[in-house]
Design a protein around this ligand. Structure first.
Ligand code: HEM
Length: 477
């Protein structure tokens, strides 16, 4: 009996100490996480996320504050939705978020491609060298508007701006006009559009197979043509003509002694990423800007006055005019504030981190809520109003696009296109006011296309002869 009692006591003591140890371990290990709403098992907070992810996250931050966490299925997501939190997170923990948004994670390959991108496509010298591509495409765009105006036809401005941007990137990367009889630009445009529509926060890096396959076969055809063209015409660029990015990449792929060995898949993936990163972001920004200008005629008049006084009324606006058009630049900044082409900037932490006393596990996705930061009433007076004057004060800026290698190209194209449309046309929509509802998609498109009826304001400028389309390297296109 005595044995039984001491045995039972020992078992009880064992259970008790196990319980104490578990309790201790639980409090030791359980991370302290930022606020979070009630979650469902397995689903987590998926039920709280609608088709407009940035708006769903905005609703959540209204209740939970500027730093909260949710779980999308098994994917943990930390959301930073005010400027101070985002700045602190990016500044103090930048080394914990090494993944690049589009390209492969930081690696020798990433650095190599990024350097190449800057030296052969998006850097200052190359931008100047390929200015004629932008000028030519803007000329064609203006001419299309003129013809539509003459015929009093409607224009789907967003679709035309996407075509323009696409043709510029096509022309600058591959030295060819992709638009035209073979409709390649159209195909690229549709593929990029589908990819952008299908990407969402739960599939940040998802590449849908059929979209990929179609891009792949299109690029394969272009690569074959490029190889054939070089065989026929010898090494392009040897005579000082422009070697386009595609040619540079093919040369590296063919060079057995090259430091970085590139495969055809690398080349196709790289070009795909450039289209993905550059097309919709740029065209959607121009479309929102024009929509805002139609809805804000006083701002439009100010912009027009500025352009008329700097450029006059007898020529088109050129890239070299842009530094002298500060109000136009303010219009673009204000557009990016209210309608950021990337409303949520994603990062992923590669190591556990401590932030404001919270434990953020490794592998957590971080969402910098750019859209909400741009509408924060603490920083912006009447944040929902389109008031470019707020950027007229020197030094005021907006945007988290430090790591965007294409931003100089995008701004050149956006400023020059907008300036010329403002200068040469009056755009109006049925009913007089543009519906500004946001649609779905990563690049914050409009819910309803901007369909306008253009009217020519400065007639003599827009005959094709007035638009310089001089391609210094015409033979290679
Ligand atoms: C208004 C137009 C544009 C906006 C608002 C924009 C914005 C951004 C942003 C916010 C990022 C992410 C940066 C980060 O992760 O911190 C990015 C990345 C990138 N952008 Fe842009 N972008 C625009 C146009 C372009 C254009 C025209 C190109 C090139 C043709 C381009 C190429 C890229 C590339 C390659 C990346 C990935 C960089 C990396 O992974 O490190 N972008 N852009």
């Amino acid at each position: 009996m005595e044995d039984l009692r001491s045995w039972a006591t020992a078992v009880l003591l064992g259970f008790f100490s196990l319980f104490i140890m578990k309790l201790f371990a639980y409090h030791q290990i359980k991370p302290i996480l930022p606020p979070s709403p009630m979650a469902f098992p397995l689903l987590g907070h998926l039920h709280l996320i609608g088709s407009n992810v940035h708006q769903s996250l905005h609703k959540l931050s209204t209740g939970l504050g500027p730093l909260f966490h949710i779980r999308l299925g098994s994917v943990p997501l930390l959301v930073a939705s005010d400027a101070a939190t985002a700045r602190e997170l990016l500044r103090d923990h930048e080394h914990s978020f090494p993944d690049s948004f589009l390209f492969a994670p930081y690696s020798d390959y990433w650095w190599f491609m990024k350097k190449l991108c800057l030296s052969e496509l998006l850097g200052g010298r190359r931008l100047v060298q390929l200015q004629w591509v932008r000028q030519d495409e803007i000329g064609r765009f203006l001419e299309m508007l003129r013809q539509k105006a003459e015929r009093r036809e409607e224009v789907d401005v967003g679709a035309e701006l996407t075509r323009l941007t696409n043709n510029v990137i096509c022309g600058m990367t591959m030295g060819r006009r992709c638009s035209g009889t073979d409709g390649e630009a159209e195909q690229v445009r549709r593929i990029v559009k589908e990819t952008m529509e299908k990407l969402d926060l739960q599939h940040l890096k998802a590449r849908y197979e059929n979209v990929h396959r179609r891009f792949d076969s299109l690029m394969e055809r272009i690569l074959e043509e490029e190889v054939l063209r070089t065989k026929e015409s010898g090494k392009i660029g040897a005579d000082g003509a422009v070697r386009y990015l595609l040619r540079v990449l093919l040369d590296i792929a063919e060079d057995e002694g090259a430091k970085m060995r590139l495969t055809r898949d690398n080349i196709k993936g790289f070009i795909h990423d450039l289209f993905m990163a550059g097309t919709d972001t740029t065209s959607v920004t121009m479309e929102w800007a024009l929509a805002e200008l139609i809805n804000n005629p006083a701002v439009l008049q100010n912009a027009r006055r500025e352009i008329d006084s700097v450029v006059g009324v007898s020529r088109l606006v050129e890239e070299s005019d842009i530094p002298n058009l500060p109000f136009l630049q303010a219009i673009v900044k204000e557009t990016l504030r209210l309608h950021p082409a990337i409303p949520i900037l994603p990062r992923q932490s590669n190591a556990p981190l401590k932030f404001r006393g919270y434990d953020i596990p490794a592998g957590t996705w971080i969402a910098i809520h750019v859209w909400e930061i741009g509408r924060d009433p603490i920083h912006w007076e009447n944040p929902l109003e389109f008031r470019p004057e707020r950027f007229s004060a020197k030094g005021r800026s907006f945007g988290v696009d430090r790591r965007c290698p294409g931003i100089s190209l995008a701004l050149q194209l956006i400023h020059t296109t907008l300036a010329n449309v403002i200068h040469c046309f009056d755009l109006s929509v049925e009913g007089g006011v543009v519906d500004m509802t946001e649609g779905h998609g990563v690049s914050l498109p409009k819910a309803h296309p901007l369909v306008c009826i253009p009217k020519v304001r400065l007639t003599p400028l827009l005959s094709r002869s007035a638009i310089s389309t001089s391609n210094p390297d015409e033979a290679s296109c």
